[in-house]
Design a protein around this ligand. Structure first.
Ligand code: ADP
Ligand code: ASP
Ligand code: MG
Length: 416
């Protein structure tokens, strides 16, 4: 008998019929003798709709009220899932994030879980009750002045709720049911020849997720890696059950027998490029440029410095999250006199393409293959950044699919 956390994403609970289908999977696991906690997302599209409602009242909203609104999608599906399970004679009940509780930081919209009280769930198991928990929701700790506020864990945060619960319960497995039957070598919606991966190292998935593969929220992979949670990603639409082990498993790097040079590709359209032209080429300039950005909480990612046309000064190019473009230009414009640059250029027509693989630690020449393949397709690389197990390039957004497909073939990832 195992303890399982089963998480159903938005498409898996998109309507009452799908919730009933998902409930059947839960019931089948219980019939095998397992103790199950169910975690649900909001119905697909609902969270976007709730975000739009908030923004239609005011674009500069109070983030704590945003969370009250946006967390509600998961409340609906948790109640519906409990009802669907009851119809199958499963003793089920829902617990909202504040009831467990799922304590989090107070960084609204992107809160981090910092403590879960799993006692309630263990009590449920003891009484033969199957708890249904909404993903995505957190709550701040009550203080003398404040009774605590509802928070949300960032978009895609139900994955993190599920993995955090699995860690707290020391579950035997955390199954993430979604609309694809596993993790692929690239987003299967863009690369038709993408291949399903049976086992992927936590480190690789962490890189892929943080570089744009939205199949798992980055924080969920981080937690899975730190607490060694056995995570499986699998399809809600396949007849196979989680216990049939049909999906992709996140595993430790050292149990991977064959370390491929490149395991997968990721892309992110969430980037913007900034160039400051004719910056004085003297010590301390980069610190002066990036200081105000750090103060404004803006994450600078890729950076390159190149000689300007005049041969005396330099152009500094870097990337930031697209959503921070206004804040960034404001911070740089406010400091223009101090920085002494000539022009501030911005571009949002860019995409970051990354190749990831733990095998890069032992194989040389991965970057060269990438640069050559992109050059042969006439794709200009604007910025490059590397780490031990990844190489990322910034290119024109219109080449996204061409670049992904080209690299997929070059690294031998295409499905047969
Ligand atoms: P859910 O609503 O179940 O959480 P998501 O939409 O968040 O589902 O994640 C599943 C989607 O992730 C897939 O439909 C797929 O398009 C996308 N995706 C991106 N990269 C990958 C990848 N490498 N492997 C599988 N799916 C990926
Ligand atoms: N419903 C939330 C979102 O759409 C959380 C999730 O689905 O993981 O971002
Ligand atoms: Mg998701």
């Amino acid at each position: 008998m195992a303890v399982l956390v089963l998480k159903f994403g938005g498409t898996s609970v998109a309507n009452p019929e799908r919730i009933q289908q998902a409930a059947k999977k839960v019931k089948a696991e219980i019939d095998l003798g397992h103790k199950v906690v169910v975690v649900v997302s909001a119905m697909s599209g609902v969270t976007n709709q709730l975000v739009d409602y908030v923004r239609s009242i005011t674009p500069s909203y109070d983030p704590s009220e945003y969370d009250v609104v946006v967390a509600s999608g998961e409340q609906v599906t948790s109640g519906l899932m409990a009802l669907a399970l009851q119809q199958l004679d499963v003793k089920a009940r829902s617990y909202q994030g504040w009831q467990l509780p799922f304590y989090s930081t107070d960084k609204h919209e992107k809160a981090r879980i910092d403590e879960i009280d799993a006692n309630v769930l263990n009590d449920c198991f003891a009484q033969g009750i199957t708890p249904v928990v909404p993903g995505f929701q957190g709550v701040t700790r009550p203080t003398k002045e404040d009774r605590g506020r509802i928070t949300t864990l960032g978009r895609g945060g139900s994955d993190t709720s599920a993995v955090a619960l699995a860690a707290a319960l020391k579950a035997d497995r955390c199954d993430i049911y979604t609309d694809v039957n596993g993790i692929y070598t690239s987003d299967p919606r863009l690369v038709q020849k993408a291949r399903k991966i049976n086992r992927i190292a936590y480190e690789e998935m962490l890189e892929l997720a943080s570089l744009g593969s939205k199949v798992l929220q980055t924080r969920s992979v981080e937690l899975a890696m730190n607490y060694k949670v056995p995570v499986q990603v699998l399809s809600t639409f396949d007849p196979a059950l989680g216990s049939d082990l049909p999906g992709t498993f996140l595993v430790d790097e050292d149990i991977m027998m064959e370390k491929q040079m490149v395991t997968g590709l990721a892309h992110s359209r969430d980037e913007a490029r900034i160039t400051l032209t004719n910056v004085a080429d003297k010590p301390g300039m980069l610190a002066r440029i990036f200081g105000p950005l750090a103060d404004a909480n803006i994450n600078v990612d890729m950076i390159v410095q190149a000689a300007s046309d005049d041969g005396k000064t330099v152009d500094v190019t870097f990337t930031i999250p697209r959503s921070d473009i206004v804040k960034t230009t404001e911070a740089l414009t406010a400091n223009k006199a101090d920085l002494g640059y000539n022009e501030l250029q911005t571009s949002t027509d860019v995409v970051k393409i990354s190749v990831v693989g733990v095998g890069m630690r032992s194989h040389a020449g991965v970057g060269q293959m990438m640069f050559k393949a992109l050059a042969e397709k006439g794709i200009n690389i604007q910025v490059v950044s590397t780490s031990e197990i990844k190489i990322s390039v910034l290119i024109d957004e219109s080449y996204t699919e061409l670049a992904l497909r080209t690299l997929h073939t070059v690294y031998g990832l295409d499905a047969a």
